[in-house]
Every structure is written in C-alpha cells, then in structure tokens.
Design a protein around this ligand. Sequence first.
Ligand code: NOJ
Length: 539
Amino acid sequence: MKKTKWWQKAVIYQIYPRSFQDSNGDGVGDLQGIIKRLDYLQKLGIGAIWLSPVYKSPMDDNGYDISDYRDIAPEFGTLADMDALIAEAKKCNIRIIMDLVVNHSSDEHAWFVEARKSKDNFYRDFYIWRDEPNDLVSGFTGDWPGSAWTKDDASGQYYLHLFSKKQPDLNWENPKLRAEVYDMMNFWLDRGVGGFRMDVIDMIGKVVDEELVANGPKLHDYLQEMNRASFGKKLGDEALTVGETWSATPESAELYSDPAREELSMVFQFEHIVAMWKNGQKYQGTRLNVPKLKEIFAKWQKLDKGWNSLFWDNHDLPRVVSSYGNDGKYRVQSAKALAILLHLMKGTPYIYEGEELGMTNFPFTDLSQFDDIEARTAAEDLRKAGVPEAQIVPMIAANSRDNARTPMQWDDSSNAGFTTGLPWLAVNPNYREINATACLADPDSVFYTYQKLIQLRKENDWIVWGNFELLNTADEVFAYVRLFDGRKYLVLVNLSDQTNTFSSVWTVKEVLIHNYNNKLDDISALQLQPWEAFAVELD
Ligand code: NOJ
C-alpha cells in the first residue's frame, strides 16, 4: 500500500482573516480572533488552516498586494500574534498554511519603491519593465481599459502588472529575486508554518514578449528549485503545498504534483467552476450543468501519479449553496448533498469559512455594496460594453467575490458575533437563522455533515485511495463507486430540486452517511428526494 501523507487524509479549512473573527472591535477580523475560534475548528476536525494573506499590505486587493513579506498587517495583529496562532493551532493538531503571493508584490513594497528610483538600481530587475507596452491584459483594469502596463513617470518605462497597477509583477527570471523569495519562505517555515498555498503560481514562468502568461517553459524548473531551497529542504513531503493554477489540465497537474518530480503536493484546478460560467465569463452568470460536472470530475479523478485538491468555494467565488445548490427551500439538503459529493472523491478537500454552515450569497441590490476591486472594475467594464445599468448589479452579484467575503456568521447577536464594531463589509441579513451557534445546537445541521465527512476520511483508506468509477445515471444524478481492497462503496447524489430515480443490482451492507431519514435497505429501484445524497458500503 502507498504511504499516506497527512494531507491526503486531512481536510483543510480556508480562513479569510478580514472576515473570520474580530477581537478588538475595529470591524476587521484578526489573528487573535482566529485563536479564539480554534476550539470550533478542532470540533469540526480539520487538519490545517489555509490563511489568506495577513502580511503588511495597502489592501488594494485585500492583502494579495504585499508590501512586507516578513511582517503582519496591523489590522490583523503582530508577528507575536502570528507566532501565538501557530503555537496554539499546533496544540489542536492544526497546521497553518500561509498564502504565498509572489507573482507580484505591492507597489508599496520596498523593492518596488527602490526599483522605480532609477534604471540601474539593484532592485530594478526585480520587476518587469519595457519601453513600450504590448497587448497583455490585466485581471483588474489598469490605466486604460484592460492594459497590464502602467507608465512610470520617473523613467518613462512601463511596468507589468497582470492584476491591479498596485500589484507589479515580479521578475522570476532574475535569480536574485528568486533567492529572496526562498529566503522569505524559510523565514516562515522556521516560525513553524506547515506549507503554502501559492497564488496564481502558474504565471511565474511567463514569457512577456511572447505574451505567454501561464505555463511558461521555466515554470516547473522554478518550482523544483523552490522546493529544494525551501519547504522540501525544511519539511520534506510533510509540507503541504498547493498551487492556484487556473490553467491546469490533468496532464499539467501530474507535472506539478507527481512526488517524484519534487514540486508541489497538489494544485487547485478550476474546470468545474469555469465550465459553469455562461460563455466562460465570470460575470455573465452561472448555471449548474450536471452532465458536464460529471465529465469534469470523472476526468480529474483519473490522475495517476499526481494528487488533486477538491473544493467548491474560496474567497474568489460565490457561495456554492447559492450557485450550484438551492439556497431557498433546499438550502440545508443541497449544502449537505454538495459536501457529500465532493468529500468522498479522491483528493484533499478544502472548506471555505462558513461553507460548513451552508452560508449563502449576499442579497446585493446596489453597486455601492461591493468592496472588491474586481467587482468594481467588472462593473466599469460592463458599463463600457454597453450593458444597461439595471443589469449590471445582478450580473456582478451572482458571482461576486464579496459573496464569500461577508463576515462569518457566529451567532444571532448583532453583527453575527463577528465584531462589536462596524463590520468592514455588511453581514448577510440571514445571520439570525444561519449561524454557527444554531448549527452546533442542531444535530441535523450542515455542520455535522461536514464533521462526519472529515471523520470518515480520517478513518477510511477507500476515500483516500479507492479507484473511482462514474455510473451511468439520469442526467441530474451524480453517482460513483469507489473500489478498494476488494470492497465497494457507492456515493449517490441527486443534484436537483426534482425527484429522480436510480436502480441497481446491489445490496447495501452499511449506510455511512445520508442526508434524509428514509431507509436504504433496498436500492434496486430508488425514488430519490430532491438533493438526496448518501454513501453506502455495498455487499
Ligand atoms: C488570486 C487570489 O486568490 C485573488 O484573490 C487575487 O485577487 C489574485 N490572485 C491576485 O493576487
């Protein structure tokens, strides 16, 4: 049998620090707030926290624009608070995975401040400069619509920023920059962090003059070098590293995550997200297409040497119960169904804060309610493209990143127990009904489904290693079997508000999890309830 690594049996929980728990009443979540909630996370059963950036930052992109990689933003706390979080989490058997944002820095980082002073400066070559811009475009609109280049008045040259103009791209071709990055990673590893989630890491090998952004020819060399110089050297395969790779295919995922290549533990791939966007565009609407979803997951489950991650939500995406589930009548059942579907596949599951409560999208009605730079620039782009004003808010609202970023709903007190001050982003008005305290008091809540799934993964090697086979079923029924050690498990989910049928020749040996209370002693001809989901061992 293959040796199982801790991160293959564990479930990772993503915290967006701004929105998790405020401890000092300034309306912004912080590190001490996270420490206060460790017992909650321990109860859920997670093995690690992926902490979205807490580094010093002007917060143009909420911390994904870092001005000092070795310090903590004052709104989140201090280095001492970070050390305390690492130590306290360790006592709960929870590791801390830092967010590594090294495709770009902030324009307020000392490197960039120095770099722009003169052309022959040591730090000039830490960034990417050209006399004339080419056609590369920015994720967040630059000086003129879409350009990824901004003119620096002092030198007359343009610098590249694939995101906002306050996020200049770092020049990975410069070995001195790379050495600085690895040194900084070691600074955090020495403080006890367990690994890194790597922001848009598929872009670091870009070839600017060929306008090639993702999957550049040197990408994997850089990752191997990084592994050798930092986490591989310090932690070996105990390190959890996960690359954010919007461009990943199963073939490239093998390159990133085959252990023999000594790069990363796994990647985040986004095919099951992007394929549901209308026209492949984030702000044109989402519709769950179950046959497509089945095809994509079945393909990704066949990774051979590599390892994959499993997720529905993160801080850049809307809430899954609203986008793929039914956040009205079947909120609880659909949240559980989606969890069961995902967590019993092969790969490391990630939970985004509040997903375990079935938190929903925010009922946005006005552009002024959006904080996110991406939402604001997307609204601007839609307006320029001639989209009528009345359609802009609903289009942005459906997929806005702010849906995920509203404060965590802890209880039914004012501001959902998130802060005693004024929250930086409005709390979802449904917090009186949907909150952690209510979930913990209800044995049938979404929370306990997640807790059970985490426990099942810890105890069952079939979830980690079993072969995956998709079953041929009605369009909206997603059913698969996992085969392991001569045993067979069936996971079945009705991804629909309608009843559906399922028939099989099998008999049930044991029910492992089920989101309805009916018996499953005969699965030869089942009438599935809306969003019914279960996992059973078969005879
Ligand atoms: C991906 C991050 O997840 C997102 O939040 C950020 O805006 C961009 N990378 C730029 O860092």
